[in-house]
Design a binder for this molecule. Structure first.
Ligand code: PLP
Length: 393
């Protein structure tokens, strides 16, 4: 068992059953184990809790600035500089009420109705959802769901006169790859050569397992940086999903102003709660010891899950290089993944996400997505239920 904050007895089941929505504890019968939405089952880092408590007790909750609190913007800029080698000014950082909202703002800025975006397939549904909300359509860049290899040779064939945006998810949800500098160079050069903007989603960039290393796309060259809107959020590394907080780094002063306009934050019709920004500042400045312990725990949970799934005949699984989701291929079992998930829920009492087009695109078919950001005890029980059922299919 992992000691400290990630020990078996540290999972606050009562609170999770009241507060963890989005396919998790609060939405399922009490005997079901959710290995669904990528959201940790642990209380957040103590310095974040303290910062929230201090701010809450201070009693002043006035409007914040549209672009985000100055301390938030400088903490985020310093954090990406220190941890990702990404040198940006605080003035390039826009506070957003989640990475998801940041993706929408970028899509609404770069896509006019009828325009097109190239996105990975499979990838998190938010890429398609953001592009479509802006009135655009997606063209799918195939990713081999078994190996996580991106079919980079397919890129030129996806280009049309209406292509405006390239979506990059690094590390990749759900296939768990961490993009190599070579892959990123090809994607970045393609964007530069074809005047595309890049929706560069780095929300998973802290969840990378040794020996793999994260490279931030805009660090490759000034020309590539000039095309990138980089999105980060505090849900995955720090468990702040319910506080809805993240940021977007705009490439230039001008694009920053345009992004702020489309975000509607200037009107106060959108924007991030100052309390959430205070939590995020604490994460950036004082959350890394906790996050380091979380990553060590996750490394063990990843290995546990991969080992258990590898032992099931007919299931193929690869250890993710990043993210805390595992993406086993179950196509050889001969059951459609939606139906398999229904049976897992009703019969085996474990919930996982089907590799369905509505979640990840058509390239996810034949897979399941299993989240491992829980305790060893919960995961062991969940995996036992999952693998017992898969053996019987
Ligand atoms: C790749 C990716 N981008 C964005 C998000 C959204 O994160 P947030 O909770 O900040 O909206 C997620 C969450 O699952 C994700 O996996």
């Amino acid at each position: 068992m992992t000691p400290g904050p990630f020990a078996d007895d540290q999972v606050p089941f009562d609170l999770l059953r009241k507060r963890a929505f989005n396919l998790r504890w609060a939405t399922l019968p009490p005997d079901v184990i959710p290995l669904t939405a990528a959201d940790p089952d642990f209380a957040v880092a103590p310095p974040i809790r303290q910062a929230i408590a201090d701010f809450a007790l201070s009693g002043v909750y006035s409007y914040g600035p549209a672009e985000g609190l100055p301390d938030f913007r400088s903490a985020c800029a310093a954090m990406v500089g220190r941890r990702k080698g990404l040198n940006v000014a605080p003035e390039q950082v826009l506070a957003v009420d989640s990475a998801a909202a940041g993706m929408l703002h970028v899509a609404r800025l770069t896509i006019q109705p009828g325009d097109e975006a190239i996105v990975f397939d499979p990838v998190d549904f938010l890429f398609k959802a953001a592009v479509e909300a802006a009135g655009g359509t997606v063209r799918l860049l195939p990713v081999d769901a078994r190996t996580g290899a991106i079919d980079l040779a397919a890129l030129p064939g996806l280009l049309t006169p209406r292509t405006r945006l390239l979506g990059v998810c690094n590390p990749m949800n759900p296939v768990g790859r961490v993009l190599t500098p070579q892959e990123l160079q090809v994607l970045g050069d393609f964007a530069v050569a074809n005047d595309l903007w890049v929706l560069n989603d780095e929300i998973w960039s802290d969840i990378v397992y040794a020996p793999h290393r994260f490279t931030s796309l805009p660090t490759l060259s000034p020309a590539i940086a000039a095309r990138c809107f980089t999105v980060y959020g505090f849900s995955k590394t720090f468990g702040l999903a319910g506080l809805r907080v993240g940021f977007v780094i705009a490439p230039t002063e001008r694009t920053f102003a345009e992004l702020l306009d489309v975000s509607l934050a200037r009107t106060t019709m959108s924007g991030v709660s100052t309390l959430s920004q205070v939590a995020a500042i604490a994460a950036c400045t004082s959350g890394w010891d906790w996050a380091g312990g979380f990553l060590s725990h996750l490394t063990r949970m990843r290995d546990l899950a991969v080992g258990a799934l590898q032992a099931v005949p007919g299931v193929q699984v690869r250890a993710p290089e990043g993210t805390y989701v595992i993406f086993p291929r179950v196509a050889d079992l001969g059951v459609d993944s939606e139906r398999l998930c229904e049976a897992l829920l009703t019969e085996a009492r474990v919930a996982v996400v089907p590799g369905a087009a509505r979640w990840f695109g058509p390239g996810a078919e034949g897979h399941l997505r299993v989240c491992v950001s829980t305790s060893e005890a919960v995961l062991t029980t969940g995996l036992q239920r999952l693998t017992d059922h898969l053996r019987r299919v």
